[in-house]
Design a protein around this ligand. Structure first.
Ligand code: F3S
Length: 76
């Protein structure tokens, strides 16, 4: 699972950081200091919660495992 962050779109809400400080570090001005990362095993839920916490929706999650997706459609 991967997180891609549209860094220039960050306006410094810091909600991502409040949810998951280690995954979403802020720079000295309070903006997101990362443009993306591969999510460490076991941190998927946390990464997803941090991404959803951003009101600007600048944090995109790719290849989320099925169990962390809200209301994933049943296969078949
Ligand atoms: Fe920026 Fe959104 Fe986090 S605006 S600091 S990416 S909550």
């Amino acid at each position: 699972m991967k997180v891609v962050i549209n860094q220039p779109g960050c306006v410094g809400h810091a909600r991502c950081h409040n949810v998951a400080p280690a995954l979403y570090p802020l720079d000295d001005n309070g903006y997101i200091a990362s443009s993306g990362f591969n999510v460490p095993k076991g941190q998927e839920g946390l990464a997803l919660r941090g991404a959803r916490a951003c009101p600007e929706r600048v944090i995109e999650v790719r290849d989320a495992p099925a169990e962390t997706r809200p209301m994933a459609p049943e296969a078949g």
